[in-house]
Design a binder for this molecule. Structure first.
Ligand SMILES: [Zn+2]
Ligand SMILES: [Zn+2]
Length: 171
């Protein structure tokens, strides 16, 4: 038993079983918002800016995950991540790593800034040729939207209709 298994004995999830932190390759995967000529490079960064991740080209897939571990990792009610080929991504700056095994049984190494603690990217142990980058780390409201939602059975009831809630709006 190597890496830190969270293994709190949660029941394995039945159903479609998209492994959000693991490896999923299917024929439907196409780069989102493909740019035909100019290859865009986007920069993701931690809160303090020391750890940066430059991503060349469009993400292969953008997804959101409602699993409880992602809720804890982000402090938000769901996580959003963009998948890139590892070769398209350049990581710069200091990072610490933490290994987490998800309910689906796959382990990923999460890279976070040792100063501010933001997780910027993670790599599935079983597929070191791909990398996930936290969409929020791009700080770009125009980033391509997700096309996949996983662990919907753990979704907060208001997650998909927050705009309909009675609340004040500022900014
Ligand atoms: Zn930082
Ligand atoms: Zn998750």
């Amino acid at each position: 038993m190597g890496a830190a298994r969270s293994g709190r004995g949660r029941a394995r999830r039945a159903g479609r079983g998209f492994p959000p932190h693991g490896v999923l390759r299917d024929a439907r995967e196409q780069p989102v918002g493909r740019v035909p000529e100019k290859r865009v490079t986007r920069l993701a960064a931690c809160s303090c800016g020391q750890l940066t991740v430059a991503c060349a080209g469009e993400p292969v897939r953008v997804s959101i995950c409602h699993c409880l571990d992602c809720q804890k990792r982000t402090g938000s009610i769901f996580a959003a991540q963009a998948r890139f080929p590892r070769a398209a991504v350049t990581i710069t700056g200091p990072s610490a790593t933490w290994s987490r095994t998800g309910d689906e049984g796959t382990t990923a190494s999460f890279h976070f800034c040792p100063t501010c603690g933001s997780t910027v990217c993670w790599v599935p142990d079983a597929a070191p040729d791909i990398i996930y980058v936290a969409v929020g780390a791009f700080a770009d409201p125009a980033f391509p939207p997700p096309s996949v939602s996983v662990y919907d059975d753990r979704r907060h009831s208001w997650a998909f209709n927050a705009g309909d809630l009675p609340m004040e709006h500022w900014g």
